[in-house]
Design a binder for this molecule. Structure first.
Ligand code: TXA
Ligand code: MG
Length: 318
């Protein structure tokens, strides 16, 4: 019997028994456990094979619960929360004393967000505790955007995937931290920089090209398929160069023709960046199942969600 189920009651019971449940969000599926249960949090790290220095995001049902999680909210963080929650924004803020060190990997800050998915909001509203939920993939693998992706990764290791269908946004949340009350983007994500800046003005973006353990999701090699992937700003030229490979194409709006193409994914034939984002990880999962020797991924326009998509493709190809 499949572990995929719509039974919220069952999810609540499992979480109350220190078990893990994969939960749908509008960004990607998360692997959830009770933030106050050492047993559950230990299982999250073990199941994902995640290094213990990498902190977890706390998921709460509404902005009104924020004061129980953090000790201080800068003015611009308030504005962002009021504008984007429920939604795909994670705030990194000074943690409240109640938040266990296991969640924050010993840091004095904690990541928190209100996800925008009706099933998970209902779940969170009925639970007597918040859940910690990293993306529901093994460390360094592609984030899951459908319940089947999670089941493929973790069947036999977790008891339930709460079925909320395919994720609407398809990219992880945008992460913003604060230094001296000023915002810094730690991870580009499902809310574009332009949309953030429309609310709080210009924000700094951390140079994410290096391996920085202070924002471990930014480790360079991340979000990676097993198949070798090359980021291309000229697919036709690279098709010539790699002509002897068995190639899969991950394209934005165009389709390509070449004898060595054996599988092709076009993310949005309309050239719509949100549609492309929604399809990105599903397409990468499919490409990774084709026994290709090479994935050629087309570089996206460097604007809006195109920036986030390029960030993920760079990491996947590094
Ligand atoms: O969209 C999302 O954010 C999804 C869904 C499930 O909510 N979650 C997610 O979690 O992407 P995860 O663990 O895969 O990525 C969270 C990132 C990690 O890179 C972690 O290092 C960073 O957030 N993070 C969490 N707490 C932090 C903190 N206190 N300081 C700095 N970085 C933090
Ligand atoms: Mg992740």
């Amino acid at each position: 019997m499949s572990i995929i189920s719509k039974d919220i009651r069952k999810a609540i019971n499992l979480l109350q028994e220190d078990q893990l449940v994969a939960i749908p969000t509008e960004t990607v599926y998360g692997l959830a456990g009770n933030i106050f249960s050492e047993v559950a949090i230990g299982k999250i790290f073990k199941t994902k094979n995640r290094p213990h220095f990498n902190p977890l995001i706390v998921h709460i049902p509404s902005v009104s619960k924020l004061d129980q999680i953090v000790s201080h909210v800068p003015e611009k963080a308030k504005q962002l929360a009021d504008t984007f929650w429920p939604g795909s924004l994670t705030l990194i803020l000074p943690k409240s004393e109640k938040i266990p060190d296991l969640i924050t990997a010993g840091k004095d800050t904690v990541g928190v967000r209100v996800p925008n998915h009706p099933t998970t909001l209902e779940l969170l509203n009925q639970l007597p505790f918040p859940v910690a939920a990293p993306s529901a993939n093994p460390f360094n693998r592609i984030s899951p955007t459908k319940p089947e992706h999670v089941a493929n990764y973790f069947e036999g290791k977790i008891q339930m995937v709460l079925d909320g269908g395919a994720c609407e946004k398809g990219l992880e949340s945008t992460i913003i931290g604060f230094e001296n009350e000023e915002p810094i983007v730690y991870r580009l994500g499902a809310i574009s920089l332009e949309d953030i800046e429309a609310v709080i003005g210009k924000v700094a973006v951390r140079n994410t090209k290096e391996n920085r353990p202070d924002a471990p999701g930014m480790l360079l090699k991340h979000y990676a398929p097993k198949t070798k992937i090359v980021l291309s700003d000229n697919i036709d030229r690279d098709l010539q160069q790699y002509a002897s490979e068995k190639i899969g194409i991950l394209g934005f709006e165009n389709t390509y023709k070449h004898a060595s193409i054996s599988h092709q994914e076009t993310l949005s034939s309309q050239g719509n960046l949100q549609e492309a984002a929604t399809n990105l990880y599903q397409a990468l999962h499919r490409l990774d199942e084709q026994d290709l020797t090479l994935i050629l991924a087309e570089k996206f326009p460097d604007e809006g969600l195109g920036k986030t998509i390029n960030d993920r493709l760079k990491r996947a190809s590094s």
